[in-house]
Design a protein around this ligand. Structure first.
Ligand code: A3P
Ligand code: MG
Length: 295
């Protein structure tokens, strides 16, 4: 076995339910740092990043909390892994090519929703090993609800009010064999809405009735894992830290996250951090992609 394969095997053997619970605790700590600022708007000082997305004091506070929390994990194999975070990406984007395993983090996904004060933002922490997300935590500081998963261990919803009650998630796929009926989609409030409308029209033309739930952040993927929606079609760019944690939550609940050609998303495989169009589905993606709009 090569040194790199040994390193990956050692990280995978650290992926346990205890480790998942510890990463959820890190996300909850970051959530408390975020809420302290969310509830004190005079501390926001919104600035523009180089990609023109907003950056608040909360993004930075959550980033620092997560970097510290992960480095203090009891499992030293996990604690020593490098971190690629939205707030540190300029430094790490090249270095990551040499990393067989690392933490991929969006400390505050849905910054525009944070600024809009609608509560629809999340802390996303994923563990990537050999280009696949193998552990993920998506935590909502405003709701106190986390979605957690690890490869082979299942997906769970954990509410802060009942921390020991991990509720198993199961995605619910449409039955494509029978006459079209109702489909529920989760959709972005702000991005890719023109091609989303075309996709919905393609489904309606086949007799499907579409309901949609608009929301910010990676919760749109978790809602599919939870069975509240059957798919989340995404048109336009996102970054790898927007999808990795929620992807393993969805996969462990019985779903797929794929590009417009049906290829499963993987990480650290290209020279960019940007994702292209994707669809997150309950069950299999092929029936959905038959209705995908032309680019
Ligand atoms: N032009 C762009 N390039 C890269 N990512 C983009 C983008 N436009 C939107 N996003 C991503 O979409 C996320 C918000 O999507 P949604 O509104 O559906 O929740 C943003 O998360 P952040 O708020 O963490 O930056 C950002 O990562
Ligand atoms: Mg984001």
């Amino acid at each position: 076995m090569s040194g790199e394969m040994q390193a990956s095997a050692s990280v995978l053997s650290s992926v346990t339910r205890d480790a998942l619970a510890a990463v959820l605790t890190v996300a909850e700590q970051a959530g408390r740092a975020i809420m302290a600022i969310y509830n004190a708007p005079e501390r926001w000082a919104v600035t523009e990043k180089s990609d023109a997305s907003p950056l608040t004091a909360a993004d930075v506070a959550a980033h620092e909390c997560i970097v510290h929390g992960l480095s203090a994990l009891a499992d030293t194999t996990l604690a020593r892994l490098p971190v690629l975070s939205e707030e540190s990406s300029a430094l790490a984007v090249q270095a990551r090519r040499d990393w067989p395993a690392y933490w991929l983090v969006d400390p505050l996904d849905g910054t525009k929703e944070f600024i809009a004060r609608n509560g629809e933002f999340s802390v996303n922490i994923a563990l990537v090993v050999d280009q696949e997300a193998v552990l993920g935590v998506v935590y909502g500081p405003a709701s106190g609800v986390g979605y957690v998963a690890a490869r082979g261990l299942g997906s769970f919803r954990v509410d802060d009010s009942m921390p020991s009650d991990w509720q198993r998630l199961q995605a619910v796929a449409p039955d494509w064999q029978f006459a079209p009926s109702a489909l529920t989609l989760t959709v972005s409030r702000r991005h890719g809405l023109v091609r989303l409308a075309t996709f919905e029209q393609n489904l309606v033309a086949q007799g499907w009735q579409i309901d949609s739930i608009a929301a910010g952040s990676a919760f749109k993927i978790c809602a599919v894992a939870e069975g509240r929606a059957q798919a989340y079609p995404r048109f336009g760019p996102t970054s790898e830290w927007d999808t990795a944690a929620a992807q393993i939550v969805l996969e462990e609940a019985g779903g797929e996250l794929v590009d417009s050609r049906g290829r499963r998303f993987c990480y650290n495989a290209r020279n960019t951090l940007l994702n292209g169009d994707f669809i997150a589905v309950a069950g299999t993606s092929a029936p959905w992609l038959a209705h995908w709009p032309k680019p």
